[in-house]
Design a binder for this molecule. Structure first.
Ligand code: DTR
Ligand code: CA
Ligand code: ZN
Ligand code: ZN
Length: 438
């Protein structure tokens, strides 16, 4: 566009040369995520987590069959968890509140050390509904967070960040305990919270593997763990307000977490990738008297418990969260001048479990003498189109930059294309390279 003839000629010559000398680029290569410098997290012994669940079951059996807010079974649950943490060297605080005329309790446990100005918190609600013992909902999250805290003590971990753990009362009545905690946390203290990790139902019998899609770094951390063990994950879509992370998110604290599903039904596609039974609820004992220790999926509970330790060790170390795997195509692809048709540069992605993240990164390197001519799209394996550049930039040369695309609805594996169309005459160029990072 509006190029002098000599510049156009020079440009055409440059392209011809580029075409001649373009290396036959190797096929797309995967570059593994850079190893993070965080210390290696431990395996969380499933037997230890299940021992806590047995204790919660006994407590419910001895207290009217439940561990609900305002009932003896809940206070006994608080006392059990507190006793374990006190013995392990945590500084514990029981915070009381009143709801429905009865006293409720939050338990907060601080691990001594770490930067007091940068606090990483993990939590779970400890109460059940009144109709049952609440072993999956939410003994599973409570027990796994407790055992992760005990693993911190066993390791005498000295993370960069200060670690805090919380067990919430009256979640089933509307996130009452966590709201009370956050509302009574001075704003200066809230500002120190670098993240809150929530675990509510992580051992569902017909388990799915769902990751909260709230804070991208926390989400990526969990996705890195699960892709490391070859388990595909999906984004948790039951709605933000459905558990205690909402209390923290509502005041601007970064949140994340894990979930294995409640009353929604597992699809056949999900059963294909996760096992279990299609057409059946993820947890058919949700909020029922059958939510007992026999309603727990051990494999799911084990994997999620290990994921909690992974996240605490990595996020607590405050090393940068390693990006996911990336794939690149460095083959030059000439872009015909308008009115030629669009061209595509393909990348075949394989070996990436699950869906692409909400923060899929696309690095583009296009040589062109008039970037304002170009329309550049990312085309997913299923044909979905994500526009990256739409003729902005005027007569400036080249498009070299990074784009973040929410491709969380796309399966990662498959052939992705960078599609480029020159929509205005008199300037030409070529795709030099592009890279996609999950
Ligand atoms: N509200 C939780 C169960 C629940 C339902 N959907 C989600 C999504 C994310 C976490 C938890 C949940 C309860 O009944 O305790
Ligand atoms: Ca384990
Ligand atoms: Zn519940
Ligand atoms: Zn719950």
């Amino acid at each position: 566009m509006s190029l002098s003839v000599s510049r156009r000629l020079a440009a055409a010559t440059a392209l011809a040369l580029a075409g001649l000398f373009a290396a036959t680029a190797p096929a797309a290569q995967a570059s593994p995520a850079a190893a993070a410098a965080a210390p290696t997290p431990p395996d969380i012994p499933l037997a230890n987590v299940k021992a806590h669940l047995s204790q919660f079951q006994t407590i419910a059996n001895n207290n009217g069959g439940n561990r609900a807010h305002g009932r003896a079974g809940y206070k006994a649950s608080i006392d059990y968890v507190k006793g374990k943490l006190d013995a392990a060297g945590f500084t514990t605080t029981v915070q009381t509140f009143t709801y429905n005329g009865t006293t409720g309790y939050n338990l907060i446990a601080d691990w001594p050390g770490g930067d007091p100005a940068s606090v990483l918190m993990a939590g779970a609600h400890l109460d059940s509904v009144s109709s049952g013992p609440g072993i999956n909902d939410n003994g599973s999250g409570s027990a796994a967070v407790l055992e992760a805290a005990l693993a911190v003590s066993r390791a005498q971990l000295q993370p960069t960040k200060h670690l805090r753990f919380g067990w919430w009362g009256a979640e089933e009545l509307g996130l009452v305990g966590s709201k009370y905690y956050v509302n009574n946390l001075p704003s200066a203290e809230r500002a120190k919270l670098s993240g809150y990790l929530n675990f509510d139902m992580i051992g569902s019998s017909n388990a799915g593997y769902f990751v909260y899609d709230d804070d991208p770094a926390i989400e990526q951390t969990f996705k890195n763990y699960f892709s490391g063990i070859g388990i595909p994950t999906e984004i948790e879509t039951e709605g933000d307000g459905r558990s205690d992370h909402a209390s923290f998110k509502n005041v601007g604290i970064p949140v994340g977490g894990l979930f294995t599903g409640a009353s929604r039904t597992k699809t056949s596609a999900q059963a294909q990738k996760w096992g279990g039974t299609a057409g059946q609820a993820f947890d058919r004992c949700y909020h029922s008297s059958c939510d007992t220790t026999s309603a727990i999926n051990d494999t799911a509970l084990d994997r999620n418990s290990d994921a909690i330790a992974y996240a605490i060790w990595h996020l607590g170390a405050s090393t940068p969260v390693p990006p996911g795997p990336s794939f690149e195509n460095t083959a030059d692809v000439s872009i015909p001048d308008y009115p030629g048709s669009a061209v595509s540069s393909p990348i075949t992605v394989s070996g990436v479990a699950g869906n692409a993240p909400a923060t899929t990164k696309v690095d583009v390197n296009i040589v062109h003498t008039y970037r304002g001519d170009l329309v550049v799209d990312l085309v997913a394996p299923d044909g979905s189109v994500y526009n990256l550049h739409n003729r902005s930039g005027g007569s400036a040369d080249n498009i070299v930059g990074s784009y973040t695309v929410n491709a969380s609805s796309e399966t990662a594996n498959g052939v992705w294309n960078l599609r480029v169309r020159d929509a205005a005459a008199q300037d030409v160029g070529y795709v030099n390279s592009w890279k996609i990072t999950f």
